[in-house]
Design a protein around this ligand. Structure first.
Ligand SMILES: Nc1ncnc2c1ncn2[C@@H]1O[C@H](COP(=O)(O)OP(=O)(O)OP(=O)(O)O)[C@@H](O)[C@H]1O
Length: 297
């Protein structure tokens, strides 16, 4: 084999090792004119007003906005924990929520929160296998094989398959939790500030792990965060919400190539997007602050 042919094979292998998994054909979400009022007969807290967002299958969408603007409310509606007051939500064209038909939680929409929810008395492998076993979707052997495959693909977590969650760092626990969500073949992965409590170094490490998981097991992802840098670094689109009642203020398209690398955060394109996001969010955060609400953004 010539040196030229060998370089060509190396380049092709390198490309296949960093290529994105194909876009899935499920996982499109339509949020249509959604409003949400808590306690309509009493305090009437209007959390969301006329919000519309479309997410294509396999897209990574981040939502940012000042504290109390309704980010978690929106996620809770999609997860099936709460209902809309007006408007509707569709998943792959199927009605998920309308005022007269409350959504239900389901394995097609899995939420990962900042405070983990792994069973401490089960090993990593048992935690990951739990969903399909309890729902009688897989036999024990098949669940174990699938769990080990996912753990291996998602950054070599198979090495901690026999460990118990309390033996692992919080970052490792969060990664296992995402794998536990992925084994259920969700159409959409809902991540509610999963790295909020982490220090900068751990957070940066988690970003690389999440991007790698997204590359190999591509799913629609909805990611809520207060961290604008994180939102731009990870997502294809960043939705900026207004202060309460939350509406969609702007959508920032992030056309940075994938795979994303930390060096991109020093580039002109990333910095311009960050400046755009900061201007948009801080205008809203200022309004919220002036009204006496807490500011995180
Ligand atoms: N169950 C509830 N009953 C009444 N009001 C609520 C309820 N849940 C949330 N709210 C109010 O709705 C508004 C939106 O809350 P939500 O938690 O969705 O905002 P958020 O953007 O996720 O906030 P943060 O960034 O601080 O987590 C807030 O004013 C909050 O106090």
């Amino acid at each position: 084999m010539t040196a030229q042919a060998s370089h060509a094979i190396d380049a092709a292998m390198e490309k296949s090792l960093t290529a994105m998994a194909p876009r899935p054909d499920v996982g499109s979400l339509s949020i249509e004119s959604v409003s949400k009022t808590y306690d309509p007969e009493g305090a009437r807290v209007v959390a969301l007003h006329d919000c519309s967002v479309d997410i294509a299958p396999g897209d990574f969408l981040a939502i940012v906005g000042p504290s109390g603007c309704g980010k978690s409310t929106l996620m809770n509606i999609i997860a099936g924990f709460d209902n809309v007051t007006e408007g509707r939500v569709l998943l792959d064209g199927q009605l998920l929520a309308t005022p007269s038909s409350p959504p239900k939680p389901g394995p097609d929409r899995v939420v990962v929160f900042q405070n983990g929810a792994l069973f401490p008395w089960k090993t990593v492998l048992e935690n990951v296998m739990y969903g399909p076993l309890v729902q009688h979707k897989m036999a024990l052997d098949a669940a174990e094989e699938r769990a080990m495959d996912l753990l291996t693909k998602c950054g070599g977590l198979d090495k901690v398959a026999a460990s118990y969650p309390p033996q692992l760092s919080s970052g490792m626990q969060r990664r296992v939790e995402i794998v536990r969500a992925l084994i259920n073949e969700p159409k959409i992965l809902l991540l509610d500030e999963p790295f909020r409590a982490m220090d900068t170094v751990s957070k940066n490490t988690m970003h690389q792990h999440l991007l790698e998981m997204y590359r190999v097991c591509r799913k629609t992802i909805l990611f809520i965060t207060h961290d604008l840098e994180e939102a731009i670094y990870l997502a294809d689109k960043v939705i900026v919400m207004t202060s309460r009642p939350g509406t969609i203020k702007s959508t920032i398209a992030v056309n940075l190539p994938r795979p994303r690398t930390p060096e991109m955060m020093l580039g002109a394109e990333y910095l311009a997007l960050k400046a755009q996001a900061i201007a948009s969010v801080h205008e809203e955060a200022k309004k919220a602050f002036e009204r006496g609400e807490r500011e995180h953004a």
